[in-house]
Design a protein around this ligand. Structure first.
Ligand code: MN
Length: 129
């Protein structure tokens, strides 16, 4: 079984669109709808990459990124913030919290996966486990 991409996202439409796009490219996708569930899923699934919404219930994405980075087993897992926040400084805040990269919503279906490769997503089917 290939390791999944973990999507931590509370919006059902964004979950659907992102999952669809990644599955079209051959990836397995696991979804968690809030921060604590996402952290638990990351520890359980050892994902190849974590896509992290910032506006989440219970914990914001910055706190989730910090918690993920505090776990030695996840210290090197690429984490990409995917957020509709477009305020100056948000990218820096995401990187300071431990994210590897930052993608603004709405995602561009033509470039999204390519950008994720730039941030360390392995090719689909490339089983590193
Ligand atoms: Mn959200």
């Amino acid at each position: 079984m290939h390791r999944p991409i973990l999507l931590i996202e509370d919006n059902a439409q964004n979950q659907y669109l992102t999952r669809y796009l990644l599955e079209q490219h051959g990836y397995v996708v696991a979804v968690a709808a809030d921060g604590p569930a996402g952290i638990a899923a990351a520890r359980r699934l050892d994902p190849v990459m974590i896509l992290l919404d910032i506006q989440l219930p219970r914990m914001d994405g910055y706190a989730v990124a910090q918690a993920l980075r505090a776990d030695a087993a996840l210290a090197d897992t690429p984490i990409v913030a995917v957020t509709s926040y477009a305020m100056p400084g948000d990218r820096e805040k995401a990187l300071e919290a431990g994210c590897t990269g930052y993608v603004e919503k709405p995602i561009d279906p033509d470039t999204f996966v390519s950008v994720l490769h730039d941030y360390g997503l392995p090719l689909a089917g490339g089983d590193r486990s």
